[in-house]
Design a protein around this ligand. Structure first.
Ligand code: GLU
Length: 502
């Protein structure tokens, strides 16, 4: 559908992921919705990288975000790697712009500098908690005199810049899916806008960029609703027009909690490397918003198709039919079983040649085989033994029995607890032999697990067996996303099994 907009303003939307790790399914979900919105309205879809939080920055993440979005077919019109008229599109390259804007707010009295030390802020927080008050900045430095400021500066205290939220009243805005939303200023903190390291916070950079990049519609996840009053106050302080806000229902685990890696693979890399087809993933994410009309009974009868086939649609069909007004606010459930079913439908619909090509592009790619081959070359006597040696690289699941993975003198429970510790270490460690080995050994030393048992357990989880090609190299070739998933599945399944045995 092409929707005529009532104003002459061209539609511009954006996604603004932070490069803090693997690209997330939530980014793809919000990316798809923004993409559809832009394509339906002859608008522009912008990709902006929000990399101002240097403590969570992961240098490889940005490229992974680009690759994952392209794999899905969600091409952006403007972004760090493709340029555009409103760049730079990477926030770390825009710090001067933020500083100028903060100065404007300081000059107009909408912001102020606050000089508390970390200890003072901590003491403030503690006393508020003790008094059963919600912890927030108490406004102590809102009205400092020039002399007080000069004294703090002479002490060499670092300062942050805070937004001066009006003491009374409320901030109201419209959410396109929910209608009017009001936040009493009692519940809005004097947000930090510029940190003492000179970097802006998310709130400031996000608003300044959305304005300067002429974003007309902010389509993002529901979790940002509580930030929106701060953003609205900023737009007002600058004297800027508000964009439209659309807060999309959060993806949920089957138990309705917010989607998390504990309960679902959330890395797009996992889906790509496990042989999910991008069309199936997009189709599945398109179902999440509830924006696709299900076919009517008549259509189903006319086509002679089954009801469930109403769930299957392509990206062009979504551009044609997806209706933002239909989006329902009940949290869409990210049901992996359904995604697998859908992926199966897509696989079955491929021609034999396309199916073969899909295998060769992913789980049997030359690149993958080329990395596996050297791990077994010295360990086999006939080429046919390649299969036995490497089966775990080609399986979706391996599930060793306790006889295989529980070391002598350990209980099942202790072993599963240690496996969970290994998982946490692997999550936090870059997948290179130089980093993995010391990290795992350090864990073993801390928990008093001998190196042999430590690595044997990991080997059993990854390969299902006690003998395998070199372990760390195998983990690396199998890939971080799939290795972590295998471990999580192993731990979950074994815990469930252990509970039934009790
Ligand atoms: N950087 C935020 C994120 O990581 C952007 C949120 C927004 O769209 O405003 O999701």
């Amino acid at each position: 559908m092409t929707i005529a907009t009532d104003t002459a303003t061209p539609i511009r939307v954006r996604i603004a992921p932070s490069p803090t790790g693997d690209p997330h399914v939530g980014t793809a979900y919000i990316g798809l919705l923004n993409f559809l919105y832009a394509r339906q309205r002859a608008g522009k879809f912008v990709l902006r990288i929000e990399d101002t939080d240097r403590t969570r920055f992961v240098s490889t993440s940005e490229q992974m975000i680009f690759d994952a979005l392209r794999w899905l077919g969600l091409e952006w019109d403007e972004g760090p790697d493709v340029g555009g008229p409103y760049g730079p599109y990477r926030q770390s390259e825009r710090t001067e712009i933020y500083r100028e804007h903060v100065q404007r707010l300081l000059d107009s009295g909408h912001a102020y500098r606050s000089f508390e030390t970390a200890e003072e802020l901590e003491a403030m927080r503690r006393s508020q908690i003790a008094a059963k008050l919600p912890p927030r900045y108490n406004g102590a430095h809102r009205e400092l005199t020039a002399a007080q400021i000069a004294a703090f500066e002479a002490e060499g205290r670092p300062a942050v810049v805070r937004l001066k939220v009006p003491a009374e009243g409320e901030t109201a805005f419209r959410d396109e899916l929910r209608g009017a939303i009001n936040f009493s200023h009692n519940n809005v903190d004097d947000q930090v806008l510029l940190k003492s390291d000179g970097f802006p916070t998310y709130h400031l950079a996000n608003v300044v960029d959305d304005h300067l990049m002429r974003i007309t519609d902010v389509i993002r996840a529901e979790e940002w609703i509580s930030s929106t009053p701060k953003h609205v106050l900023l737009y007002k302080a600058f004297g800027w027009e508000l964009p439209r806000f659309w807060h999309m229902p959060l993806l949920r685990n089957i138990d309705k909690s917010k989607i998390s890696k504990r309960k679902n693979p959330v890395s797009l890399i996992y889906y790509r490397e496990s042989g999910f087809l991008p069309q199936a993933v997009l189709n599945f994410l398109g179902l999440m918003g509830g924006g696709m009309a299900q076919p009517s009974e008549e259509e189903i009868v006319a086509k002679g198709s089954s009801l469930k086939q109403g769930d299957i649609f392509s990206l062009p069909q979504m551009i044609e039919k997806f209706d933002f007004k239909r989006i329902s606010l009940g949290g869409p459930v990210f049901d992996l079983t359904k995604l697998k079913w859908l992926n199966g439908e897509y696989l079955r619909a491929l021609s034999p040649e396309a199916f073969f090509q899909a295998l060769r592009a992913t789980v049997f790619s030359d690149e993958y085989l080329r990395r596996i081959a050297p791990l077994v070359q010295t360990r086999i006597e006939t080429l046919a033994q390649f299969g036995e040696m490497t089966d775990f690289f080609f399986k979706d699941d391996v599930m060793p029995a306790p006889e295989v993975f529980v070391p002598k003198k350990r209980t099942l429970e202790e072993t599963l607890d240690f496996a969970a510790e290994q998982l946490a270490v692997l999550e936090a460690t870059p997948f290179t032999a130089e980093e993995l080995e010391p990290a795992l050994k350090k864990l073993g030393a801390e928990k008093e697990w001998p190196v042999k048992d430590n690595f044997m357990l990991l080997r059993a989880i990854l390969t299902g067996r006690t003998a395998s090609p070199p372990l760390l190299e195998s983990l690396i070739v199998f890939g971080k996303a799939r290795s972590l998933d295998r471990m999580r599945r192993f731990i979950d399944a074994q815990k469930r099994l252990a509970a039934t045995r009790r």
